[in-house]
Design a binder for this molecule. Structure first.
Ligand code: FAD
Length: 405
């Protein structure tokens, strides 16, 4: 039984069903409802081998707190969980954490990338494997990115430092106003909603079942209680409730440090220009992804509880950055475009939780992927399927342990 039908729950279900397990996925929402996995930027990012908790992030975050249009915000509130998470985040934001996590994140990303290609044989989800452009408006950001390029080389990840002319060669379909950038050749993009559809079809093809509009209110070992009062029992249970996973774990007496990180996206049906490659705007932390003939623009990380309301000032920050870097775009292009919000499940050290709940060998957590949930979905599914089957996982999962805090 898998609690949660976002990209993580579906990837776990897909690999288990493919391995011949009987799978039941429970989700409190309807099948076509929005969760964090539907409106994201659709990027598969081997380039992201530096965890969210890294040196320099806290200083930059404090500066951003004062700017209502900045990409980062923490809503001040009296919450023991938020304080503990903040303390654990600070403790993790060290060179040592970055160094120790980089190799593992790189291996996870590259394995996941390979699995996306494999899953693409099951159905079309718009997978484009042309790389990602990290675009820098200032020389200073470009210098920071150049340092990452050197580290990427040591890890075997393809990256090329580009001047504006080279960027124009790589994506001649869009005008850019930048100091330069980096082409991350192994990154990819896709349509996340279509990807979820392909996973569901794969699960059903292998005999898996779904129960939507079924809220789980408590978990006791391998028994799961629904809001209707019904109790279901499985041989194994996987908790994949995204930003709501800590609530599920709490019923087991397990504390899972996690905060929801809200982000927004807007999808332009008729953009003034359609790039061939996806891009990230280095200063504003805005993601721009072509999806078929439409273009998705996404950004911000707001730590503000489970509130999904839209803060139009931060949306304006995203739009302004996109229009600055792509001069053919204007703020008018975004008028009337629906705003989507999603809650990223953020662990304090930037690594997901993947493994058994301490003291419960048939109960697993797969969550906390923050801004990498789509990218790391397939490898998470593969790892959990191995753990459930009692096999040695294809990559080491010790650093992802559920009880590491
Ligand atoms: C703006 C934005 C852009 C992003 N861009 C990218 C990107 O380009 N690449 C990338 O890799 N990641 C990206 N992410 C992050 C990514 O979207 C998330 O990491 C990922 O979607 C998390 O998936 P999940 O399955 O853990 O959670 P969710 O998608 O939130 O799914 C959890 C599911 O659990 C269900 N659930 C919760 N509690 C219960 C309960 N009690 N009972 C039953 N069901 C329950 C929910 O209804 C939900 O369907 C982005 C996120 C945002 C916000």
């Amino acid at each position: 039984m898998i609690v949660g039908g976002g990209v993580i729950g579906l990837c776990v279900g897909y690999f288990l069903a493919r391995a011949g397990r009987r799978v039941l996925i429970l989700d409190r929402d309807a099948e076509d409802a929005d969760n964090c996995s539907t409106g994201n930027a659709g990027m598969v990012v081997p380039s992201h081998f530096v965890p969210l908790a890294a040196p320099g992030v806290i200083g930059r975050g404090l500066k951003w707190l004062l700017d209502p249009e900045s990409p980062f915000y923490v809503r001040p509130r009296m919450s023991g969980e938020l304080l503990r998470w903040g303390w654990l985040f600070m403790r993790s934001a060290t060179c040592r954490n970055v160094e120790e996590s980089a190799g593992l994140l790189c291996d996870l990303q590259m394995r996941s990338r390979a699995l996306f290609s494999e899953i693409a044989a099951e159905g079309d989800f718009g997978l484009v494997q042309r790389g990602l452009l990290m675009l820098c408006e200032s020389e200073r950001t470009l210098d920071e990115e150049a340092r990452l390029v050197a580290r990427a080389g040591e890890l075997g990840i393809e990256a090329e430092l580009c001047d504006p002319r080279r960027l124009g060669e790589l994506d001649p379909d869009i005008e850019m106003r930048v100091a330069g950038g980096v082409w991350w050749g192994q990154d990819c993009h896709l349509d996340p909603r279509k990807f979820l559809g392909v996973l569901r079809a794969g699960i059903r093809k292998n005999g898996g079942e779904f129960r939507y509009e079924s809220e789980v209110t408590g978990v006791a070992g391998t028994r799961v209680a629904l809001a209707t009062g019904e109790v279901l029992e499985g041989s194994h249970v996987v908790l994949a409730g995204g930003a709501f996973t800590p609530m599920l774990a709490r019923s087991l007496g397990t504390c899972l440090p996690m905060q929801a990180g809200k982000g927004y996206s807007m999808t332009l049906a008729r953009p003034p220009q359609l790039p061939r490659l996806c891009s990230l705007l280095g200063e504003a932390k805005v993601a721009v992804t072509p999806m078929g003939t439409s273009l998705r623009v996404a950004g911000t990380m707001e730590i503000c509880g489970h509130d999904r309301t839209i803060d139009e000032r931060r949306v304006r920050g995203i739009i302004k950055a996109a229009c600055r870097v792509f001069p053919r775009f204007s703020e008018a292009d975004f008028e009337g475009v629906p705003r989507w919000a999603g809650l990223r499940p953020c662990s304090p050290d930037g690594l997901p939780y993947v493994g058994p709940v301490p003291g419960h060998e048939r109960l697993f957590v797969a969550s906390g992927h923050a801004m990498l949930g789509l990218s790391l979905g397939p490898v998470t599914g593969e790892l959990v399927a191995a753990l459930v089957d009692g096999r040695t996982p294809p990559l080491p999962v010790g650093r992802l342990a559920v009880g590491r805090f």
